[in-house]
Each structure stands twice: as C-alpha cells, then as structure tokens.
Design a protein around this ligand. Structure first.
Ligand SMILES: Cc1ncc(COP(=O)(O)O)c(C=O)c1O
Length: 385
C-alpha cells in the first residue's frame, strides 16, 4: 500500500503548543503591544542563555540577521568576506548587500561545511598579510571575516576556523540558520565566533509561524550597533544616529519562539534518534550517509544522503508518495546573480559534485519510525535489494 510522507510536517509542532499559544496571543492582542515588546525582550534573553551567549538581538529573518550582523561588525564595500559556496544563497546575499566582496570556498565532503584546509590554501595563494590586514590580491579588498555555515545542523570545523581567524585577524560570523542547539566540542553553536545569525523560518529546528531571526553576540559594541540598525539607526525614538533598516522581531512571532524553545531539546533529540534509525537501516545500501562525528553534535535539520543516481531515486520516491528535496542544486559560485565574480564550472569541484548527488529525505521531530521503514523499503526496492 502506498503512503504519503511529506518532506516536513510542522502541524504537530503547532498542536503541541496550540492551547498556550492562543492564550498568549490573546494577551498580546489585548495589550496591542505588537513590536519591541516584552516577548521579544524575554526571548532574546532566553535564547542567548540557551546558546551560552550574553546578548540576543531579535530581527525579522535569518537573512536580516546575517546582514545586520555584518554591518554591525563594520563590514563594508572595502572588505571581502570568506564563505562556503555550498550554502543557502542568503549567506552570500548578505555579504553582497553590505557592498563587500564574497570569496567562495569549497566544502569538505564529509560534513558539507566549509573546508578549513581550502581556506588556508586560498589565503596562501591569493593574499598578502601585513601582520594586521589580510589583503586579497584579486579583489584588492581587505578580507575581514569568515562566515562558517553549520549546514544541515552539523557544526563546521570551528577549532580550525578559529585558528585561521586568529592568525589573520579575521572576525567570525556563524550562520546558524540550520543548527539551533548543535554543539562543537560541547559548546553550542552561536557562541563560537564574534557573532551569530539564526533563522526561525517556518521549517527550521526552532521556527516561527512567519518570518523571524536573531543575532547573538558577546560583544557589547556589536550588540548596540545591531539593535540600532534593526530600528532605523535609532537609540532614542526619532533620533537617528545612522542609516538603519526596519527589521523588528514582532511579538506575535516572539511568543511562538518562547513556547517552542522549551521543546527544542526534546525535538532535536527526536531528530537525532530518527537519523540514527535511518542510518542503521540504510547502511547496507550503496549510499553515502550522514557521518556521526564524535567531537560535534548535529541536530539534523535535514537528513541528507548521496548517490550518483539521485534524480532517478528522487523520481522513484515521489511516485511512491515520499517527499524529498535537494538542498541545494546549484552552488553559489555558479548562480546567475554572481556571474560578475567570474567563477566557472570546475572551480569548486566538491561543491559541484555534492550538488549533483544529494537528496534530502523526510525529517521532522514527529516523523514516525514506521514512516522511515516505508521510505527505507522503497529505497531498497529502487536498488533491488
Ligand atoms: C544557511 C541559511 N542561511 C540563511 C538563511 C536565511 O534565513 P531566512 O529565510 O530566515 O531569511 C537560511 C534559511 O532560510 C539558511 O538555511
């Protein structure tokens, strides 16, 4: 019998918080304190505490969190920023929107994250360092920052990235959009760089019921600048210290996030168990499966497998009622919008190969083991095992 299994099903998350949520929303609508209110302030504190960081600055999306964090870190058109090519496009978009030049680096095929050895290789071959500034010979800009992305919920190799940043005087902005609660050597992501950006897009491990994001930092200066940038560069009402943006985290979303934050650890644990369940049952098949790293904890935002018969398998699963995804089919260096950077096919071979082979299987905390059994049976049928 054919089943229908969605790639993500978020309704059960809503069901878990529904009763409390409507009570909280009622309070908000009665008070009509809709913006920059008590729920945003409480959530900023609660999420910063959860991640082991001093300050949280709520904004209206993950993209805004990346962009505003970069601005607050002083990134501008005189600078270049290192990032992985293989990421959701928003990471790179945020760099370009500051006027800075993105330097796109290949990934490691084991964890799909930026490769520290390829960053080093780039620096050795393309830059000059005068003890303070790292100068990129091609773009003629000063490289100021690295954005490691913890893709699919698995932390990037932060110890090696931190070493590079220290050696060359670079700032680190973690892109944690897919990794709420993930850990590197026992420390939560979001606490490992100079600042971090999180998305609460509706499908993320911690998600709003609309758009939302947050910046985390231990740096008082970044905190102050970012919280002014999100409201038109103002500290006091109607006095604008600089040109900012409109990017507030509203109360309706903040209260959703407060209620879901209480569930995040148990939902993440569920994802980890489901990933183990998949791994165990798929291990005999000719597939590359997610690796279980001993020094870092993935929170399996996505469960991604790899095969060179990806498109055929995707089609087969779809015909059998299983929703799948490709995150992401085109690496950033080959995106039409970045043509001006003059990258060409073959420049970042791992990203390109991975983009052709990856397939995201259904993953969400309320997915059932019997659903995984069905998916695995269908994959076995595909490989005729
Ligand atoms: C890695 C990554 N960075 C940034 C973003 C942007 O977040 P948002 O959609 O909230 O703007 C996302 C998700 O959408 C993402 O997956």
């Amino acid at each position: 019998m054919n089943k229908e299994i969605k790639l993500v099903d978020l309704k059960p998350q809503y069901e878990e918080i529904k009763d409390e949520l409507w009570k909280e929303w009622e309070k908000i609508f009665n008070s009509m304190h809709l913006m920059l209110g008590p729920n945003m302030k409480a959530f900023e504190k609660e999420f910063a505490e959860y991640s082991g960081v001093k300050y949280g600055i709520g904004v209206d999306s993950g993209t805004a969190a990346l962009f505003i964090a970069l601005k607050a870190m002083g990134i501008n058109e005189n600078h270049a920023v290192i990032a992985p090519s293989f990421t959701f496009f928003a990471t790179i978009e945020a760099i370009v929107q500051t006027g800075a030049h993105p330097i796109l680096i290949d990934i490691d095929e084991k964890d799909y994250n930026i490769s520290p050895s390829k960053i080093k290789e780039f620096i050795e071959e393309n830059t000059e360092f005068d003890g303070e500034n790292l100068f990129d010979k091609k773009s003629k800009k000063t490289i100021k920052a690295i954005i490691p992305v913890h893709l699919y919920g698995t932390p990037a190799e932060m110890d090696k990235i931190k070493d590079i940043a220290k050696r060359y005087n670079l700032l680190i902005l973690e892109d944690c959009a897919q990794a709420h609660g993930a850990e590197f050597e026992g420390e939560k992501v979001g606490s490992l760089g100079d600042a971090a950006a999180f998305s609460f897009y509706f499908s993320k491990n911690l998600s709003a019921l609309g758009e939302a994001g947050i910046i985390l930092t231990n740096n008082e200066e970044i905190r102050e600048k970012a919280s002014m940038l999100r409201v038109h560069g103002q500290k006091d009402k109607y006095t604008h210290q600089f040109i900012g943006y409109n990017s507030r985290l509203d109360e309706i979303q903040a209260v959703v996030l407060r209620l879901k934050l209480k569930k995040l650890d148990s939902w993440n644990q569920k994802r980890i168990e489901l990933a183990e369940y998949y791994n165990e049952r798929l291990k005999e098949l000719p597939l590359f499966l997610p690796i279980n790293f001993s020094h870092k904890k993935s929170v399996f935002h996505l469960y991604v497998i790899r095969t060179d018969r990806r498109d055929e398998l995707k089609d087969f699963l779809s015909k059998n009622g299983v929703g799948t995804g490709i995150h992401y089919p085109i690496p950033s260096h080959l995106q039409p919008a970045l043509k001006y950077l003059n990258y060409k096919k073959g420049d970042l071979p791992v990203s390109e190969k991975i983009a052709d082979e990856i397939l995201t299987l259904p993953m969400y905390p309320h997915l059932k083991e019997e659903d995984i059994e069905y998916i695995v049976d269908k994959i076995k049928e595909f490989f005729k095992l």
